[in-house]
Write a protein that binds this ligand. Structure first.
Ligand code: ADP
Ligand code: F6P
Length: 319
């Protein structure tokens, strides 16, 4: 292994930069050359390479986003696009590739692995929707951002004695809503993985209001319902003044937390070690605090299970 390349792809996630830094520095530590590929798979197809050295990853561990930029590429989804990517990597003398991104990016990485390019994936998405890893890079930061936002909304909700519906990201997964909702003391958490009953929620809100509760917070995962419609429905059922707040892309930015920086540093270094050891077609993950390497096939065909116990706990504590 003389030269490896690294790219970030799909939705960005805080901590991607810490992962790039770890890949570059550990490769250099092991006397391996590193190329950065700009704009994910699209940049790969367009040959947007950039040599990386110790200094190119200086002063980035604390920054959100990705210094390699990211993109979504329809061209790469085609067989021709993938063949072109393979040819370019061969031409540039790349012996191994590290892909940092979410589910779609890992599917792309699997394609390149099957075409004979030694490839390792690093799960990075705020959604935490990847199977066989407890956490993905960016999730912890996003959840902390959401908790801070809910704390602020709680202040105004209390003053006006209102109900608030807060829509958070997560694509079709409920992890952001669940963990942030529990940490912020939400009354209800609505996620796609667990069915809910509007009448039941409305009755609960009316009952707790009568008991003297000054506000109610409902966190809704975007994969379960749209916040604005949900709020209108709640107001119609309860007669309580209800507002919606859609947090949006604020959840994707900001300085990564300690947890995400450490996770990204561990993932990046392990990905390089795996390539040096001759591995390919695997994703680095974490299970119960330990690092694991999971075959792409297993992770891409698996299901990321939501913690039902957290949902039950949140419900119990919101009585
Ligand atoms: P994320 O990685 O955050 O889930 P996307 O789903 O948008 O983001 O995927 C990022 C990119 O990965 C896509 O733009 C595409 O180029 C590539 N990709 C996604 N799915 C596949 C697939 N099934 N086969 C090959 N490449 C894919
Ligand atoms: O996958 C990360 C994510 O932020 C999802 O939570 C969200 O549904 C989606 O990306 C938004 O994508 P875009 O940046 O294209 O608006």
């Amino acid at each position: 292994m003389k030269r490896l390349a690294v790219l970030t792809s799909g939705g960005d996630a805080p901590g991607m930069n810490a992962a790039i830094r770890a890949v570059v520095r550990s490769a250099i530590f092991h006397d391996v050359d590193v190329l950065g590929i700009m704009y994910g798979y699209q940049g790969l197809i367009e040959e947007q390479f950039r040599p990386m050295n110790l200094r190119s990853v200086g002063d980035i561990i604390h920054r959100g986003g990705t210094v390699l930029q990211t993109a979504r590429s329809t061209q790469f989804k085609t067989e021709e696009g993938q063949a072109r990517a393979k040819d370019i990597l061969k031409k540039r003398g790349v012996d191994g590739l590290i892909v940092i991104g979410g589910d779609g990016s890992l599917r792309g990485a699997e394609r390149l692995h099957k075409l004979g390019i030694p490839t390792i994936g690093i799960p990075a998405t705020i959604d935490n929707d990847i199977a066989h890893t407890d956490f993905t890079i960016g999730f912890d930061t996003a959840v902390n951002t959401v908790v801070e936002a809910i704390d602020r909304i709680r202040d105004t909700a209390t003053s006006h004695e209102r109900t608030f519906v807060i829509e958070v990201m997560g694509r079709s997964a409920g992890d952001i809503a669940l963990w942030a909702g529990l940490a912020a003391g939400a009354e209800w958490i609505i996620i796609p993985e667990i069915p809910y009953d509007m009448e039941n929620i409305a009755e609960h809100l009316i009952r707790t209001k009568k008991r003297g509760k000054k506000h109610s917070i409902i966190v809704v995962a975007e994969g379960a319902a749209r916040g604005v419609q949900f709020a209108e429905h709640i107001q119609a059922l309860t007669g309580l003044e209800t507002r919606a707040s859609v947090l949006g892309h604020i959840q994707r930015g900001g300085s990564p937390t300690m947890f995400d920086r450490v996770l990204a540093s561990r993932f990046g270094a392990r990905a390089v070690e795996l390539l040096l050891g001759g591995a390919s077609g695997q994703m680095v993950g974490t299970q119960n605090g330990d690092l694991v390497a999971v075959p792409f096939e297993e992770t891409l065909n698996g299901t990321h299970h939501v913690h039902h116990d957290l949902s039950e706990l949140a419900q119990m504590l919101s009585i």
